[in-house]
Structures are given as C-alpha cells and as structure tokens.
Design a protein around this ligand. Structure first.
Ligand SMILES: NC(=O)c1ccc[n+]([C@@H]2O[C@H](COP(=O)([O-])OP(=O)(O)OC[C@H]3O[C@@H](n4cnc5c(N)ncnc54)[C@H](OP(=O)(O)O)[C@@H]3O)[C@@H](O)[C@H]2O)c1
Length: 306
C-alpha cells in the first residue's frame, strides 16, 4: 500500500504505542519516539525523545511533518504515578501541552491517550460528557492535558480508555506479562483489589484509535472499554482459570498509594455511544481472552510479529 500520510507516536516504544505502530505501519509512514527503551519495528522510524527536551520535539515534528500526532507517553500505573508526581506531571500533562504547541503550525490532528482516572470512581459507568473529577495524580494530569487540548486545538481527539491487556513488546512489560510469568513459575503474586474497571483487549483500543483517525472524528472525547467489569484480582483469577494456571497463587494486595480513602472505586467507562458511532463492538472478558489465546499460542509469536 502507498504510504503518504505520516503519524508521529510520542511514546511509541511503550505498550500501547508499539501496538499502534505495528497496526499503522502498512498504511502510514510511522515515526515513534522512545525515551529509555529503544525498540525496533520494521518499517517504522524511531527517535530518542525525553519530555524535558521540548525543542527537540519541534525539530523532529518539522522534519517528519506528521498528519497525526498520537501522544502515548507515560505510565498508566496509577500507584507508580502517585509516587513520582513531578516527573509524571511533566510527561502526562506538560509534555502533552508542549507536543501540541510544538506541532500546531503543522496542523496535525492531535490524539491524546487519556484514561478513566479522569472520573472520581464513586459510581462507574461514566459517559463521555460526565463531569471530570479526578481523585488521584494520574487523573489530575490527564484532565489538565485534556483541558489544554480543548482550549488550544481545533483538531484534536481525546481517547479515554479503561486499562487494556495484551502481551508486551519485549521492552514494555505489561500487567499481563508479569501475571503470566509469575503463574507460569508457580509463584504467588499480589494483585490490586481496590478498583473496578471494564478491562478490554489492546487490539480493540488500537482499532478504536485507527477508526477514529480514518473516519475523521474530532474535537471530542471518546471512550473505549469492555463489557465485563471486575477488579484486577478478579481479572487475574479469570485469566488463570482460562489459561490453565493455578488461581490460588493470586493474593489480594493492600489498596495502592493513589487510593487515599482505601475504599473500592469504580472507574468503569460507558463506551456504547463512541463504539456505536465508530461501528465497532465492545468485548466481553471471554471474547478478549479468545483473542489473547491466539497471541499466546507458541508459534504465533508476540504482538511485535503479529
Ligand atoms: N496501558 C493502558 O491500559 C492504558 C489505558 C488507558 C490509557 N493509557 C495511556 O496510554 C499511554 C501509554 O501507556 P502504556 O501502558 O503504553 O505505558 P508504557 O508502556 O509505560 O509506555 C510509556 C511510553 O512513554 C515513554 N516515556 C516515559 N518517560 C518518558 C519521558 N520522560 N519522555 C518521553 N517519553 C517517555 C516510554 O518510553 P521508554 O519506554 O522508551 O522509556 C514509553 O514509550 C499513557 O499515557 C497511558 O496513560 C494506557
């Protein structure tokens, strides 16, 4: 396929960014940035980038001339972000604002990967236009980045996703990689038990972003989430049962740093309207595991060669 349009994925070496790069590389010229972990994706050009070097991003953008910028930098681990606030503010919030400012003269569509921590977690099933009331640092940084985008761009898209699962790319280790490795070695593992999410497969998030790009949806927030709501520990036990591991190895962890009130929070997203508009289907957990099974079968290889 002739590749005329260019996509710059900031944070393309990460879990989500690399899946996007693999999925986009046939139809687009894809450029990714990495910070500490360079990855090689055939057909994709990678550049080093640290959010503290903002001028470098401007030079990069002018040489790449992207039609789309996807901002996929920063960790989605809410407790890790709580423990490293200044740096994480730089990555999730100030870095996103700088990336927009440094590319705006080129007028690319700017896609921000946001998440469900923008909501307060008191009731769940959040719709796209519900009030944003973040209770933890990651949610606050995401809301700041979303607000900057809404105030400074006329060509943006915010994709708020629930936690997504899938095999990591070898460098960016996913929650599922850690879970699977421990279970395979017969080791006990402690898992969060203080948040409800509608976990969904990463392939569906990638499809959502690409469909939104190609159908021209813009200047709004869209949601991506699955049809099954559960805690991390319930997810882990269902995964173990489905894939023949011992679920009794999975123990409940204490509430994390980000959960100040130490109560069960419900961050589930309602993605019905967004997915209907994009003509996409949401996944039940079992359907996501069916998809995963294909990737976990020896011989089919990791996501990077799929
Ligand atoms: N994973 C999910 O379930 C999920 C759900 C909703 C939204 N999101 C959002 O999607 C984005 C990516 O999440 P992820 O799970 O893919 O995270 P990840 O695997 O930790 O990847 C993070 C990316 O950010 C880069 N990065 C880290 N520090 C940086 C810095 N100082 N300057 C520039 N780049 C830096 C990393 O580069 P190196 O690895 O090369 O250092 C990597 O490319 C995040 O914004 C997250 O909130 C993720």
């Amino acid at each position: 396929m002739r590749r005329t349009r260019a996509v710059l994925i900031v944070g393309g070496s990460g879990f989500v960014g690399s899946y996007l790069a693999y999925a986009l590389r046939d139809a687009y010229k894809v450029y990714i940035t990495y910070c500490k972990n360079q990855i090689t994706i055939p057909g994709v050009t990678s550049y080093p980038f640290n959010v503290i070097e903002r001028d470098w991003l401007k030079r990069l953008a002018y040489s790449v001339q992207p039609d789309f910028v996807i901002y996929a930098a920063g960790s989605n681990n809410v407790d890790y972000v709580e423990g490293s606030q200044t740096m994480q503010d730089n990555i999730h919030n100030r870095g996103a604002a700088a990336a927009l400012s440094n590319t705006d003269l080129l007028s690319p569509r700017f896609i921000l990967l946001s998440n469900n921590y923008v909501f307060d977690g008191n009731r769940g099933n959040y719709h796209e236009n519900d009030t944003l009331l973040p209770q933890n640092s990651l949610g606050k940084f995401k809301v700041s980045a979303e607000n900057f985008l809404k105030g400074h761009s006329l060509n943006y898209l915010i994709v708020r996703s629930c936690p997504v699962y899938g095999r990591g790319n070898g460098q960016a280790v996913s929650f599922l990689d850690v879970l699977r490795k421990n279970l395979a070695l017969g080791r006990q593992i402690k898992i969060k038990n203080d948040e409800l999410h509608n976990f969904a497969p990463i392939e569906g998030l990638v499809e959502t972003v690409i469909t939104a790009i190609e159908t021209g949806v813009k200047n709004r927030a869209i949601h991506y989430g699955g049809l099954t709501k559960c805690t991390h520990i319930e997810f882990a036990k269902q995964f173990a049962t489905r894939f023949g591991f011992d679920p009794s190895l999975i123990m409940a962890d204490e509430p994390g740093k980000a959960n100040k009130e130490r109560k069960l929070l419900d961050f589930s997203l309602n993605s019905t309207a967004s997915l209907q508009q994009l003509k996409l289907n949401a996944f039940l957990l079992e359907q996501g595991f069916d998809l995963l099974e294909k990737k976990l079968v020896p011989g089919l290889g990791p996501a990077k060669v799929a």
